[in-house]
Design a protein around this ligand. Structure first.
Ligand code: TXA
Ligand code: MG
Length: 307
């Protein structure tokens, strides 16, 4: 596995049907040609991800989105307000979004990432790139090229290094199939910003319980260390080896906390911690997404696995 800053090299690998880790403003993605079943299957295999979990298609423009899905009036509005940016629009799929992308559902998730290298890559690739976060299933998402190299090693053909991710949390996933916006996963675009853009209230949660939305898995984004939620930094027990991550610290601000979050979870494993104590932020703005990830990191794990 090589790390490069060359978009040319990344294109060569993708055109050959290979798998490239790509930088985005949210987290690094594990990308493959969305039109190639074999290439996308390899992404699933590398992640160890169940095949019925849909994957987001990344494209470079709103026009390109229309090749993969039907943009509803709600999706058009959100695309205009936030794309490129940390938002994923779930819309009715077009035939090009095959079952290896959608996990057999009739919708597709579409996103235009706001990272100059990846935008150039997407423009020149012309097709779409299927890209889940570049981590093993259930583990912490990578926010630097080093995280990817450390976790996936030679399983990935190439890592395109675009520096540390600016936001550090995944995109906000919005179900745009109906008239009302449903946030399936809080992320880089806040619920408040969406409500302002569409001048309507947003529902946090799935419209249809049959939808394979993120959140069905309680334990996710989990380091090996146990994560325990406490109400105040003073509540940390004197455990063998522990640290406190105070995500409620208003002085540091939510943007900085979001950016540090996953690196902190990873560092807790490097330091060999038994417990990472976390204080949740207020549930507004980016705080909603930060709290969501910390709750999932703290959720009970299936015996010995991270589900
Ligand atoms: O910021 C992001 O969104 C990153 C970067 C790489 O773009 N990608 C990412 O992908 O987080 P992933 O696969 O790790 O998480 C996407 C989530 C999954 O839980 C998947 O189930 C859900 O989005 N998803 C994808 N398509 C969907 C659809 N059509 N309907 C409902 N949920 C969908
Ligand atoms: Mg993920």
């Amino acid at each position: 596995m090589t790390t490069t800053r060359s978009v040319d090299d990344a294109l060569t690998v993708l055109f050959r049907g290979g798998v490239v880790a790509i930088p985005t403003e949210t987290v690094y993605g594990l990308a493959a040609d969305a039109d190639s079943e074999a290439a996308v299957r390899r992404v699933y295999a590398i992640k160890g991800r169940p095949l019925d979990h849909p994957v987001i298609v990344h494209v470079s423009s709103v026009a390109a989105m229309r090749a993969w899905g039907d943009l509803t009036p709600l999706a058009e509005k959100l695309a205009k307000a936030f794309c490129p940016g940390p938002i994923t629009l779930v819309v009715p799929r077009k035939p090009r979004a095959e079952s290896w992308i959608t996990g057999g559902q009739d919708t597709v998730g579409l996103r235009i990432p706001a990272h100059p290298l990846t935008l150039e890559l997407l423009r020149r690739f012309e097709g779409g790139l299927a890209a889940p976060s570049a981590n093993r299933f259930g583990a912490v998402s990578p926010t630097t090229s080093e995280h990817v190299a450390h976790e996936l090693g030679t399983d990935v053909d190439l890592v395109l290094d675009g520096g540390p991710c600016e936001i550090g949390l995944e995109s906000t996933i919005v179900d745009c199939t109906g008239d009302v916006a449903h946030v399936l996963r809080p992320g880089g675009v806040s619920v408040e910003a969406i409500e302002e853009a569409i001048d309507a209230e947003v529902v946090v949660g799935a419209r249809d319980t049959a939808m394979r939305a993120p959140g069905l898995l309680a334990s996710h984004y989990a380091p090996r260390a146990r994560v325990e939620i406490i109400a105040s930094p003073n509540d940390a027990k004197v455990a063998e080896k522990s640290r406190v991550f105070d995500a409620s610290d208003a002085e540091r601000g939510e943007v900085a906390i979001a950016r540090e979050l996953y690196a902190t979870l990873r560092a807790s494993d490097e330091a060999g911690l038994d417990v990472l104590y976390v204080v949740l932020p207020e549930e507004r703005g980016l705080g909603r997404a930060i709290a969501d990830r910390l709750r999932r990191a703290a959720a009970p794990r299936l015996s010995g696995t991270k589900a």
